[in-house]
Design a binder for this molecule. Sequence first.
Ligand code: SF4
Length: 537
Amino acid sequence: MGNLGYQAVFRLLASRPGVVCERVFLAEDGAAPRTLESSRSPAEFDVLAFSLSFEADYPNIVRMLDACGIPARAEARRAGARSWPLLLAGGPATFLNPEPIAPFFDLFLIGEAEEMLTEALDRVFEGSAPRNELLLEGLSSVEGAYRPAAYTPVYGDDGDLCEVVVADGAPRSVLRRYVTDLDRNPVTTAVAARDAVFGEYYLVEASRGCEWGCRFCAAGYMYRPVRHRSKEGVTRDALAGLSVSSTIGLVGAEMASHPGIASTCERVTAAGGRVSPSSLKADMISPRLARALAAGGTRSVTIAPEAGSERMRRVINKNLNEAEILRATDLVVGDGVESLKLYFMCALPTETAADLEGIVELTTRIRARMMEPARTRGRIGRIKVSINPFVPKPWTPFQWDPMLAVGDAQRRIRFLRRTLARIPNVDMESESPREAYLQTLLSRGDRRVATLVEALARDTRGWWSVLQAARRDHALCGGADPDRFVHGEYALDTLFPWDFIDHRIQKSYLWLERRRALAERETEPCDVATCHTCGAC
Ligand code: SF4
C-alpha cells in the first residue's frame, strides 16, 4: 500500500464505470487470500493483476496463486477445462525484465499504466467477442502489451539465449509506455492505510525519472525522459493532503532537482505541515530548501554519496564531489537537522581497497562537520551508514558486468563494519550479499528461472539452501546455471532476455556509457530540451 504506482492503478480502475476493482494481499499465516473490499476469493474475478516493484516478491506470486488454488503456469491454466482469471502484471520490475516470471502470466503491460490501461479498457468495452477472449484480446491490443505465449526463446549449446521466435501478428519489440504530462495524471495517496509502510504520510508524486544518469541506477534509465510536475500542481496537492496527514511525502527519484521543491516545502510548513522528500542529491540542496526542511521540523536527512572516493563517483557518474557533500552537510546540519543517513554501495565494478577506505574517510569528515553545530545545540545526532552490495541491473550501462562473488562482497562489508564501528555516533546497516545474489538472478534471468521461483515459493528448506541446490543441480533452475546470470560477464553482442523491450534507449548508448565508466569519465546530466543522445527524448 506504500507504493504510489499501485495506488494510481487502483484509483484508475476503481473509478472506471463498468469495472469493480478490489485489493488482495498475501496473508503471512498462509490463510486463503480474500479481497479487502468484499472478502471474495481472487479466483472469482475476471482479471488478477499483480503490481511488482521488487524482484524479491516473485516467489510471493506463486505463493498467492497456490493459496488461491489457481495453477501458477499460464500453460496449465490454458490446458484445463476450467476457466481461470486472466493473469496480468505490471510495475517497474516487469519493465526491466519480465522473463523470470513470464511463464506465470497471460499478459504484461510494460510501462506507466495511466494511458495504456485506459486505452486497453476502452478496447475491452468496445469489443463484442465472448467474455474471456474479449479480455485478453482487448487488453493485449494496446501498445506496451506483452503476451509471453507469443514469444519462444531458443537457447544455444553454451546455454545462453540465442534467438527468440515471435508468433505471427505479435510485435518484435514491445514499446515501454510513459505519460508525457504528469499534471494531466496527478498521483497522490488514494487510500490512507495507517498500518502500511509510509502510512503516516500523504504521498504526492512530484516527478518521474531523473536527469542525472547514475550508471548503476535502473530507475534513472527506465523512466527516461525525466518529467516534473508543475510546482503549482504539487503544492496544491500537498496542501490538500494536510487534511489527511500533517506529513507530506514528496515522491520522485531525486527531489532536490525539482524546480519548485523549496517553495512547496515553505508553503506546507507555513500551513503547519512537514515535508519529507523521498531523496535529495546533495549538491542540489539549496540554502532555501535546507531552511525550509529544518523549519518544518525535519530532524533527519538522507544524503547518498553512493561511493566514498572521487574516482568511484566518476565511475558511477554520480556528478557529485566531496566538497559538495560537505557543503550539503553544513547546510542541513547548520539549519537544525540533527541526524544524517548516508547511502553507499560496495562491490561496484573496478572497486579497490582505496575506494572502500574512502567510505570510512568521507564518513569521518562528514561527522566532523556535524560536530560543531551539534556542540552549540548541546545535542549530537547520529549518522546511519547504509551499505548495499552492487546489483548489476538490466537497462543500465552495467548490465554487461558481473556481480562480485558473495564471499568477496561479505569480506568488504565486514571491513566496513569493523572500521566504521571505530567512529563515534556512527551506526552501520547493510543488505546481505546473498540477497543481492537473489536480486541479480531474478532481475537478469530468463524464463528458465521461473522453475527456481516456484521452488523458492514451495520448498521449505529456506531460500539460500534452495539457491545453493540450484547452483549444483541446474534442473532446479529450468536447466540454466544461476551463476551465469549473476556472475557472468557479457559481450557487447549478447542477446539479453530483456532486449525485446523498447525503452527508446539505444544499446550502443548504454555500452558507450559503460566505456566512459571504465575510463572514469562523467557524463553531463540530461537536458531534455536539446539532447537526443540516448534516444529517449
Ligand atoms: S535523450 Fe538526452 S536528455 Fe533525453 S533521456 Fe536521453 S540522455 Fe537524457
